[in-house]
Ligand binder design. Structure first.
Ligand code: HEC
Length: 103
């Protein structure tokens, strides 16, 4: 009896975590970048806006720039979900690690 209960709890937890993983993998950061950011940003070179690899690492600053905009940077709070914005913040932070010396 206890075993059956334990097994169903394990199953429930497992299906919950796999659902979360699926929801996150629906977000395609590369596609968001090409469609909504690439006209002003490059991963490694300065364009109208700074290169992603040259941006600050500060999650709060990145989050607020994307959510609320800043100067010529448009706000994306109506164009991207908060999960998508969070994913873009991690994507930007990953560029520093991926391109430590790129100019
Ligand atoms: C219309 C052009 C334009 C588009 C489109 C655009 N940006 Fe920007 N972005 C800028 C400019 C210009 C700045 C510099 C703002 C300043 O002078 O503070 C900037 C700044 C930023 C910053 C702040 C960087 C820092 O180090 O503080 C982040 C983060 C950012 N952009 C992310 C994005 C993301 C993600 C997208 C796509 C979803 C995007 N931007 C789309 C023009 C743009």
């Amino acid at each position: 009896m206890t075993k059956t209960i334990l097994a169903s709890i394990t199953l429930a937890v497992f299906s919950m975590t796999s659902q979360t993983a699926m929801a996150n993998s629906d977000i395609n950061v590369e596609k968001i970048f090409s469609k909504k950011c690439k006209m002003c940003h490059s991963l490694t070179k300065k364009k109208m806006g700074p290169a992603f690899k040259d941006m600050t690492n500060d999650s709060e600053v990145l989050l607020s720039a994307i959510t609320s905009g800043r100067k010529a940077m448009p706000k994306f709070n109506k164009k991207l979900s908060s999960d998508e914005i969070t994913a873009m913040v991690s994507f930007i932070q990953a560029q520093k690690v991926a391109n430590p010396c790129a100019k």
